[in-house]
Design a protein around this ligand. Structure first.
Ligand code: PMP
Length: 302
């Protein structure tokens, strides 16, 4: 269950949580016409701070551009609205969900006369991710990842998440924590809501964007933390057997943070490995503002 907060930002105003409603003929509800972001706030020595807020807002605007929406607010306005919301809700640590969606006003597939609505919500905690601490058990899904020429995975858009929902539900029903989706050409792409990183011989590889991958902000954080630690990091082709043969595999995402993988298709990888643990510790230092090299990733709420 969500832990309810006091207010939600809707189209320029803070409204009480219970009043943050939309009409049943909202376009985005019928056709999945929306783009979204999930961002986190952590306690830091400077008080509650949003992790990589500007990068999340940049990606929101880019997602909107990919799907052809014009966001009716500037990134600066969305930034100010986010900080106002988190301060109003008095959170010390929370998850923030930005949503830009086609609203109520016309029905049918034609989007030209639809209003573009924007909401920002925050609540304590983060979406549940199974296997987060002890290591996730993955299965390769029978569902393929959205193909970039069918619906672009580079946009964090609402409708395409049905692909993730199908894969995650299949994995959970079969007793696994999470699903790995292969691209239409058979390469590993990503999980339902996390990027995948394979560690072998001390080097990190993550699937190339051409495999149908969201450019994860946590993944970019991992890339930079790996550089701090002198660990090679590259994008490349990853196939299913690379997961089975890996020394370590971990997932990364805003909700999952860095999540070790215990097994893939019942091939044991084992307890969280040394590189996964080092990066997990480095991420914890960065998000909590204890690593002064990366203070620019944090925006203090007040
Ligand atoms: N891939 C998908 C499909 C996702 O939904 C997410 C979560 N936003 C990620 C990767 C990880 O992205 P981020 O690190 O920016 O949360």
């Amino acid at each position: 269950m969500l832990s309810e907060a006091d207010v939600i930002w809707m189209d320029g105003a803070l409204v009480p949580w219970a009043d943050a409603r939309v009409h049943v003929l909202t376009h985005g509800l019928h056709y999945g016409t929306g783009v979204l972001e999930g961002t986190r706030v952590y306690p830091t020595p400077d008080g509650p701070s949003v992790f990589r807020l500007d990068d999340h807002l940049d990606r929101l605007v880019t997602s909107a551009r990919i799907v052809g929406f014009t966001v009716p607010y500037s990134a600066a306005q969305l930034r100010a609205a986010t900080l106002e919301l988190v301060a109003a809700n008095g959170h010390d640590a929370c998850y923030v969900r930005h949503l830009v969606y086609l609203g109520y006003g016309s029905m049918g597939i034609d989007t030209r006369s639809c209003p573009v609505n924007v909401s920002i919500a925050s609540w304590e905690g983060a979406p549940h991710v199974g296997g987060r601490d002890e290591g996730a058990r993955l299965m390769v899904s029978s569902w393929r990842r959205n193909d970039p020429n069918v619906v672009p995975p580079a946009a964090k858009a609402t409708g395409p998440y049905l692909n993730s929902v199908l894969a995650r539900a299949e994995a959970n029903a079969a007793g696994y924590d999470e699903a790995v989706l292969l691209s239409s050409t058979g390469q590993v792409s990503e999980c339902s809501t996390e990027n995948v990183v394979v560690v072998r011989g001390g080097a990190l590889t993550t699937p190339s964007p051409s495999a149908g991958v969201l450019e994860g902000i946590t993944l970019d954080t991992v890339r930079r933390l790996a550089a701090d630690l002198g660990l090679p990091f590259r994008h490349g082709d990853v196939v299913r057997s690379d997961l089975y043969a890996a020394d370590e595999v971990f997932l990364c995402g805003t909700a999952a943070e860095i999540m070790p993988v215990r097994s893939v298709d019942d091939r044991e990888i084992g307890a969280p490995g040394p590189i996964t643990r080092k990066l997990r510790d480095a991420l914890a230092e960065a998000v909590h503002g204890r690593d002064t090299r990366h203070r620019d990733w944090l925006t203090a709420v007040a």
